[in-house]
Design a protein around this ligand. Structure first.
Ligand code: GLU
Length: 385
């Protein structure tokens, strides 16, 4: 069964994300250049078959530490950030070298979660990556560790890879790590732990049974693979966890072998804008709505019109994400606002046919269009957008 499902996935795969952990990319004395070259060779083959390849590469911190002649893991956040700053250049140089012999160019993208939470930055990242793909370039993405502190972090690169799947519309995410896949128990402690070849639902029991393993070198561990897999599944994107230590693992996979663990989503792709709104968007202000507008939004799936807005909180530009609350301050949901806060202040309480008179122009009748709004706890709607 796994073989057939996998065959369909690989045959229709046009865009793949391959995330490689520090444990695969580094060794005791620095970057594991041989592994990087081996993975680069396999990715070049996949690229040659017409598949867009995006690499999420860890390893900057580990490489930086070893470059400084140290062996211990950095203890403080500034130490880790400094190590990443030292190692990132080395890491990119290694990828340059690995792909150069295949006449492939690489591009570095350093992102924080904050970059994906703002619609404009999110779209800029997407357009940049689309352009790179159009040029046949391999984007190599890592978290921008130098500036990322907890609030704006992805958590680890497994999550970054999953978010990138939404951003680029990937057909598959592959995580290369230091175990063969997901086991039903910790294989380092329980000798007869069994590899799980196929996962169709992630529930508490699975998390409990498999989530306790963690690698010493990277930051992820199995729990984070499961978190990334559930993000991918919600996005309708299959995810594979494979051993990065196995020499030709990606070629074996594309040749029809079934290594590691395959997570298959049960749902189709959600509308990309709705998904972004529900999972990534960060509200920058609040619109207070009267009872009629609150009801229309909650019960009738209507848009937000200026007439129903009683009060505006916060200063925001156009296309910002804002929350909508009812007269009691209860959260209704959030959406993208067609007008900046200064203009919403002027048109609030007025009919839509008065917008042009007040502002001197009219962008839209609605302050938030229903298609750009998600109710709090609304399930993400399926269908391409
Ligand atoms: N961004 C980190 C690095 O390049 C790795 C984070 C992770 O592996 O989750 O070293």
């Amino acid at each position: 069964m796994r073989a057939e499902i996998q065959k369909d996935i690989l045959e229709s795969c046009r865009r793949v994300i391959v995330k490689i952990g520090s444990s695969t990319l580094t060794k005791d004395d620095g970057l594991h250049r041989l592994n990087i070259h081996r993975i680069g060779d396999q990715l070049a083959d996949i690229r040659a078959a017409g598949v867009d390849v995006l690499v999420v590469s860890s390893g900057a911190v580990a490489a930086g530490i070893r470059r400084m002649g140290r062996t211990d893991r950095p203890r403080t956040i500034p130490q880790k950030q400094a190590a990443a700053a030292i190692g990132q250049g080395q890491l990119m140089q290694a990828w340059e070298d690995a792909f150069d012999k295949h006449e492939l160019r690489v591009a570095q993208l350093l992102l924080t979660a904050q970059d994906l939470r703002t619609r404009e930055r999110y779209l800029n990242a997407r357009y940049t990556i689309d352009t790179l793909f159009g040029w046949g370039v391999i984007p190599v993405v890592n978290e921008n560790d130098t500036v990322a502190v907890d609030e704006i972090k992805f958590g680890d690169n497994d999550q970054l890879a999953a978010w990138m799947a939404g951003l680029i519309g990937a057909d598959l995410v592959i995580i290369l790590t230091d175990t063969e896949g997901l086991y039903d128990n910790d294989p380092r402690k329980v000798p007869d732990a069994q590899l799980i070849p196929l996962v169709e639902t992630i529930d508490e029991t699975l998390i409990e049974a498999t989530g306790r393993t963690s690698s010493m070198v990277g930051t992820g561990g199995m729990r984070s693979k499961l978190m990334a897999a559930s993000k991918c599944m919600e996005l309708g994107v299959p995810m594979l966890v494979l051993s990065g230590q196995r020499r030709d693992i990606l070629l074996e996979l594309f040749a029809g072998e079934t290594p590691g663990t395959l997570f298959v989503p049960s749902q189709k792709r959600p509308q990309s804008k709705k998904w972004w709104l529900a999972r990534l968007a960060q509200p920058e202000g609040v619109l207070h709505l009267d009872a009629g507008a609150s009801h229309a939004l909650r019960q009738q799936g209507r848009s937000v019109l200026p007439v129903g807005i009683t009060h505006v909180e916060g200063v925001f530009g156009e296309a910002a994400c804002v929350q909508c609350v009812d007269e009691q301050g209860g959260l209704i949901g959030h959406g993208l606002c067609n007008y900046p806060s200064t203009e919403v202040q002027q048109i609030k309480g007025h009919r839509s046919d008065e917008i042009e008179n007040i502002l001197g122009y009219k962008y839209a009748d609605e302050v938030i269009h229903r298609d750009h709004f998600v109710l709090a706890n609304e399930p993400i709607r399926v269908g391409e957008a």
